[in-house]
Design a protein around this ligand. Structure first.
Ligand code: MTE
Ligand code: MO
Length: 415
């Protein structure tokens, strides 16, 4: 790992361009694949050409290869066509986003023995997962979504993983409510206004730890629904998703859900780690990131169509079920509309399946009949507070928080 590659938070750790050019070239040369023309090689590694699918990295070899787009070893996206319609995203299909290489599997050898230091409470102390399990239990169904989901739909192509819609999933987490832990330790110590979680990765040597560590602060109010979770989708939390223990902050973007958490602190200031100070800020175009700009915290109302996915060839004429997902982010989602004429007219879609609560997404469906030709399909959700998914995005350097319904439009052709 080069110094440069770990200094930039959102994905440049695993920037495909230069590394894969080298690695790809070397691998091809070593394997003696003389049959590959120069053009084929250029296409395999080029940005515009359809890249040859990359194999699953070994630490997530258990994922469903057919469901995943492997951007880099630390960034895997769920294919739009792989999203099912029964709400929960299976763990094998859930996206992955690692700012640092995942920790060694030895950390899940003794899950209950994993320790977390709790600070900024009246009686700070270390707690094992075994102890946490005695302190309370709750489950939450929620959308886990990377702040950069939809970045690939920004016209100005911000640097970072060009996620489409698949850096998101709806999953069930179980663990102890953070507030129960805080109560057991005497309550939050005076003055704290943030909840700060620190990831348990081994940091690379020779660099300033603050420049690479995953440490995020969220407003103390987020504690109300936060969990320290050891289970996901009915199984022990996979290491790749933060096992043995993960901080869960429902309604907040992915980065705030700190994996393999080793320290939870109630703090007066936000973390001074780079990922908090200048990383994950809504930085206006052409400006430098700084602490005065909004941090990516609460998620806004959003929806998109998953089927038809636009990944297949021309569709057959006749009746069709347009399907997708809608969620409110920090609030519950209330309704969703679909347009099949590029946003000129809208029809109310119907929610399908059980309501799994405020933080979960809901699947929607609208039966339509499309004539031969090309159609532009999109969806627009409204949350319980009456906030409507916006037509446009807020342009920003990092390509974060894209909720634009127009950017998420799909073009389909009916034969
Ligand atoms: N310790 C730690 N926590 C982390 C990260 C990380 O790299 N290390 N990545 C964050 C980001 S940017 C996202 S989007 C989510 C991804 O969660 P997943 O890989 O379980 O899908 O985890 C967040 N928590
Ligand atoms: Mo993320």
């Amino acid at each position: 790992m080069t110094k440069e590659s770990i200094h930039t938070p959102e994905t440049r750790l695993n920037n495909p361009t230069r590394r894969n050019l080298l690695a790809g070239g070397t691998a091809l040369a070593m394997a003696g694949l003389a049959g590959f023309s120069r053009t084929a090689m250029a296409q395999a590694v080029g940005a515009a050409a359809p890249a040859a699918p990359k194999p699953l990295p070994s630490y997530v070899a258990w994922k469903d290869p057919a469901a995943m787009i492997v951007h880099t070893s630390g960034t895997l996206e769920t294919r739009r066509s792989a999203f099912g319609t029964s709400i929960i995203t299976p763990s094998e299909q859930l996206y992955i986003r690692n700012n640092l290489p995942a920790p060694d599997a030895s950390i899940v050898a003794d899950r209950d023995g994993w320790e977390i230091m709790v600070e900024g409470v009246k009686a700070p102390r270390k707690l094992t997962v075994r102890e946490l399990k005695t302190m309370g239990l709750e489950t939450v169904t929620m959308v886990l979504q990377c702040s950069g989901n939809g970045r690939g739909l920004f016209p100005n192509k911000p640097s970072g993983t060009p996620w489409q819609v698949g850096a998101a999933g709806c999953v069930v987490f179980s663990g102890v409510p953070v507030r129960a832990v805080v109560e057991a330790l005497g309550g939050v110590a005076g003055g704290a206004v943030y909840m700060t979680g620190t990831g348990g990765e081994k940091l690379p040597e020779g660099v300033d730890p603050k420049s690479v560590m995953v440490e995020r602060s969220v407003p103390l109010a987020a504690m109300a629904d936060a969990l320290l979770a050891w289970e996901m989708n009915g199984a022990a939390m996979p290491l790749a998703h933060g096992g043995p223990l993960r901080l869960i902050v429902p309604g907040y973007t992915g980065v705030n859900n700190v994996k393999y958490i080793k320290r939870l602190a109630f703090t007066v200031e936000q973390s001074d780690a780079k990922i908090q100070k200048t990383g994950y800020r809504i930085t206006p175009p052409d400006q430098k990131a700084d602490e005065s700009q909004p941090s990516v915290w609460e998620m806004g109302v959003k929806s998109w169509i998953n089927s038809p996915s636009g990944e297949q060839g021309p569709l057959a004429a006749g009746p069709m079920q347009v399907k997708g997902v809608a969620f409110g982010g920090i609030h519950a989602v209330k309704s969703v509309e679909v347009s099949v004429d590029g946003g000129k007219t809208w029809q109310a879609a119907r929610f399908v399946g059980p309501d799994m609560g405020r933080y979960a997404w809901r699947q929607f469906v609208l039966p339509v009949r499309l004539a031969a030709g090309t159609h532009t399909l999109m969806s627009r959700a409204t949350d319980a507070q009456g906030n409507v998914q916006p037509e446009g995005r807020v342009d920003n350097v990092g390509g974060y928080n894209n909720t634009s319904w127009r950017d998420h439009a799909l073009q389909v052709t009916v034969a």
